[in-house]
Write a protein that binds this ligand. Sequence first.
Ligand code: URA
Length: 236
Amino acid sequence: MRLDRFLTNANVGSRKIVKELIRKKKVLVNGQLCTKDDTKIDENEDIVEVEGVQIKYQKYVYYMMNKPSGVITATKDDQQDTVLDLIHEDIRKDLFPIGRLDKDTEGLLILTNDGKLAHDLTSPKHHCDKKYYVRCQDKITPEMIQTLENRIDLKEESFQPGKVEVFGENELYLTIQEGKFHQVKRMVHHAKNEVIYLKRVQMGTLILDENLKEGEYRPLSMDEIKYLGANYIKIK
Ligand code: URA
């Protein structure tokens, strides 16, 4: 693995910061000063230090992506582009997305190799809030809000009450804890309206970074990982 990639994956900083640290002679590999960011290292064997602190290879890694419309939430597909196709090939190959966003849904997607976190954020028992920005086809009515904020019983399944924050004639935030198939679209449809644009903006404590353009991603910070309750391995 390249040294700069190793340090970025270990959340030492953005690629720019990591390159700067290397250039400024702050990085040692096996006790030797290393000034080339493309130096190949063995992440399991080599000892990497930044300003005297040893950086451990991270077993688990965490990224947030601003998923664009038009790609599917899967790791691989023969016909369609997936969210993993947007990830640089230098980044580890064992990532998968937590939860699913429809092909036309945008916004916050966590990519990781931490199966326990994936379970915790998606299992109904853990009551993890997922907040969506919803643009509706028709005006939002008090009846619509009431429907969304009450349990919805359909023939085949039911949805727990959501929490609604309205901020425009046709726009609202809907927070739900489940993640059933097309859930937001089906809830809004049941409330006699239609979703014309959908974007996830928050999962648990994690808020979509407004600086990420569609299709961009970045590693989660140590604090973001910590507050999500993840399994991460600390920098010593
Ligand atoms: N609800 C939906 O209807 N679609 C999504 O992508 C996510 C939640």
